[in-house]
Design a protein around this ligand. Structure first.
Ligand code: ADP
Length: 259
C-alpha cells in the first residue's frame, strides 16, 4: 500500500471470533499495494476463507480495521468482486441474470451501463470462460466446474477494485485449470485489481502470485509474506523456468517449517 495516498488494501489488527469460540484471526495485519495479486496458501482450517469473508465485509471483525484505497470496507461493498468456495450463485436466476444482477448492484452510485452494454460485457466474459452456450441455463443444471466459471465471469464483469477468489479453480479438470490460470492472469493484466487468491496448490501460487502469503497451522508460528520473482517472468515459459522451480521449493520449505 502506498502509505501517503492510502491506496491498496490494509488490514490492521483484525480479530475474528465465531460463536463456537474459534478465533481464526487474532490481531491480523496485512498491507498490500493497489493492483497487486497475492496468493494465500495454508492448511485447512487456518483461517483463509475467514480472511476473505472478513475482507468482503461478510464477516464482521470484532476489532480492527480493513481499508481499501483509503476507505473502510463496508458490508456488500460494491468495489469488491468475490468468488466464494460455494460459488454464491442464485439458483432461481439464469447464468445471464446472475451476472446482470451483480453488475446492476455494482453500478449503484456510478454511471449505469445501458442494457446493451451490460449484455455485451456478459457475453464477452462468458465467451472468455468458454461457457457462452450456458447463458440461459440455471446454476443447478451445471457441473461444479461450469458454476465455478460463471462465478469467475461474474466477478470479472464487475471490474472490481478488489478481487477475492477462494480456491476458484478447485472444481476444474487439470487442462481447464491451466487455461483458466492463464485467462485469470491476462484478464487481471488488462483490468488490474487488487487481488487475493486462496489456493491449496503451491504451483498455482507461484504461477499467479506476485506475493505469496503462507498462513501457519497455529497462529503462534506467524504468517510469512514472500515476494515471488517468478511472477515477473513472461507467462510463456514461466512454469518451465528455473526461477519457478526455485520458488516452488522455497514455498514448500516455508510450508514445512510452518505447518
Ligand atoms: P480455511 O479456509 O483455512 O480452511 P476457515 O476460515 O474456513 O479456514 O476456518 C477457520 C476456523 O474457523 C476453523 O477452525 C473453522 O472450523 C472455523 N470456522 C469457520 N467458519 C465458521 C463458522 N461459520 N462458525 C464457526 N466456526 C467456523
Amino acid at each position: 500500500m502506498d502509505v501517503i495516498s492510502g491506496e491498496g488494501l490494509s488490514l490492521s489488527e483484525i480479530t475474528v471470533s465465531y460463536r463456537n469460540g474459534h478465533r481464526p484471526l487474532d490481531r491480523f495485519n496485512l498491507v498490500l499495494p493497489k493492483n497487486s495479486i497475492t496468493c494465500i496458501i495454508g492448511p485447512s482450517g487456518c483461517g483463509k476463507s475467514t480472511l476473505l469473508r472478513a475482507v468482503a465485509g461478510l464477516v464482521q471483525p470484532e476489532s480492527g480495521e480493513i481499508r481499501l484505497d483509503g476507505a473502510p470496507v463496508r458490508p456488500k461493498d460494491t468495489r469488491i468482486g468475490f468468488v466464494p468456495q460455494n460459488f454464491g450463485l442464485l439458483p432461481w436466476k439464469t447464468v445471464r441474470a446472475n451476472i446482470a444482477m451483480a453488475m446492476k448492484l455494482a453500478e449503484k452510485g456510478a454511471q449505469p451501463k445501458s442494457a446493451a452494454e451490460r449484455e455485451a460485457e456478459i457475453a464477452r466474459w462468458l465467451a472468455a470462460m468458454g461457457i457462452a452456450g450456458l447463458k440461459d441455463r440455471y446454476p443447478l443444471s451445471l457441473s461444479g466446474g461450469q458454476q465455478q466459471r460463471v462465478a469467475i465471469a461474474r466477478a470479472f464483469a464487475l471490474h472490481p477494485a478488489l478481487l477475492l477468489l477462494d480456491e476458484p479453480f478447485s472444481a476444474l479438470d487439470a487442462m481447464t485449470r491451466e487455461s483458466m490460470q492463464q485467462l485469470l492472469w491476462t484478464s487481471w493484466r488488462e483490468h488490474p485489481a487488487t487481488a487475493l487468491f486462496v489456493t491449496h496448490d503451491v504451483e498455482e501460487a507461484v504461477l499467479l502470485g506476485e506475493r505469496i502469503l503462507v498462513m501457519p497451522k497455529s497462529r503462534e508460528a506467524g504468517t510469512v509474506l514472500m515476494d515471488n520473482p517468478a511472477s515477473h517472468l513472461d507467462w510463456e515459459g514461466r512454469r518451465e523456468s528455473a526461477c519457478f522451480f526455485e520458488q516452488t521449493n522455497l514455498v514448500r520449505k516455508v510450508i514445512r517449517d510452518k505447518w
